[in-house]
Design a binder for this molecule. Structure first.
Ligand code: ASP
Length: 354
């Protein structure tokens, strides 16, 4: 009897022990899979447009790949060291703003009056706080000014002289307007101006006048990041569209249009014809489709780009990362400079429609 009880207890004890072991193994592997330290990631874009292999030289392609890869590595290092999503977005965008390749800060396009007017925004998905600047002309890195608006002011968007005065008070780096001159963007401006003059003389319809090479038209930069603490952030910086009317503001500094981040859904940055992105609240629309309709981040991006934007005749693309680290891209143009990196540190860069 005693012997029997003992055997029974032994069996029960060993069953409990094996269950505990299975639970421990499962708990450990689950923890590894979803460990915040390995789940971080970021996704970037450098503009969308008529970007095809035929129009690209080998040197240009190599330069773009190098710039995008460098930005991804910087973002990965920042996140791996425990940097926040907001910090990562700012640092990576600053890197892209300093490159003459992109239509943001240093490589900005020119307005119809031959000036550069810069827009940028940033949003913190944890607090839903946001900051932006528009139509600034002397700020070397508009994304830093946008972050200061978010963190050091009660406002979301400051424009023109007011934005510059605020930035000056916060020791942001200023440059002379000539800093933003690049041969490539000036040539685009001159080409476009000639077209406009011809168009006015021949009084052709307005549509013809809007035809611009995709490469001349876009080049905005954007970053969406998920950090090791599970916080999301997004940011976008641009010179706008070539030959835009001075004073025109596009979607990039408009929260909900060009930029959006919410820890409960995703972080998004867009690029394309800003007027359409504003009308459709594109970036927020993606987050809303996830929140209200349970769409995945890729489904939400595709619906917004291929149904909504295309349906209205707009063009461009978006990048996004969700709260679980899933990455998404969607665009209806020939190509979009883009890339992503996750916790494993493998940087992936793409340019064309693949
Ligand atoms: N979305 C920007 C704007 O309309 C342009 C771009 O993405 O290239 O200002």
């Amino acid at each position: 009897m005693f012997k029997q009880l003992g055997r029974c207890q032994l069996r029960r004890t060993s069953t409990v022990l094996s269950l505990l072991l299975v639970w421990t193994v499962m708990a450990t592997s689950c923890k590894e899979e979803s460990s915040p330290a390995t789940r971080f990631g970021l996704v970037i874009h450098g503009g969308a447009g008529t970007i095809t292999k035929e129009k690209m030289t080998e040197e240009m392609e190599a330069a773009y790949r190098e710039a995008l890869t460098g930005a991804l590595i910087l973002g990965h290092q920042t996140l791996a060291k425990g940097g926040s999503a907001v910090k990562t977005v700012e640092l990576v965008i600053r890197r892209l703003e300093d490159s003459p390749l992109f239509n943001a800060a240093k490589g900005a396009v020119f307005t119809s009056t031959g000036t550069n007017e810069l827009d940028a925004s940033i949003m913190d998905g944890k607090t839903l706080n946001a900051g932006a600047v528009a139509a600034v002309k002397h700020i070397k890195n508009p994304i830093t000014a946008a972050r200061l608006v978010m963190e050091e002011s009660p406002h979301v968007l400051l424009i023109g002289d007011g934005a510059e005065e605020f930035a000056r008070e916060h020791d942001v780096e200023f440059v002379a307007p000539e800093y933003f001159y690049t041969d490539r963007r000036w040539k685009s401006y001159v080409k476009r101006k000639e077209k406009e003059v011809k168009r006015a003389a021949a009084s052709t319809d307005e549509e013809t006048g809007r035809e611009v090479d995709g490469d001349e038209k876009y080049g905005t930069v954007g970053v969406a990041a998920l950090d090791g603490s599970g916080n999301l952030a997004a940011g976008t910086s641009t010179g706008g569209t070539t030959f835009k009317r001075f004073g025109r503001v596009g979607d990039s500094p408009i929260i909900g249009a060009g930029t959006y981040a919410d820890n409960r859904t995703c972080a998004v940055s867009g690029t394309g014809t800003g007027e359409y992105f504003i009308r459709f609240a594109i970036a927020h629309h993606i987050s809303a489709l996830m929140a209200y309709e349970g769409k995945s981040v890729q489904e939400a991006c595709d619906i917004v780009i291929h149904e909504k934007l295309t349906g209205l005749g707009g063009d461009g693309g978006v990048i996004a990362i969700d709260w679980q680290g899933n990455i998404a891209f969607s665009f209806n143009t020939d190509g979009m400079y883009r890339g992503h990196v996750k916790g494993d540190g493998v940087a992936v860069v793409k340019i064309y429609g693949d």
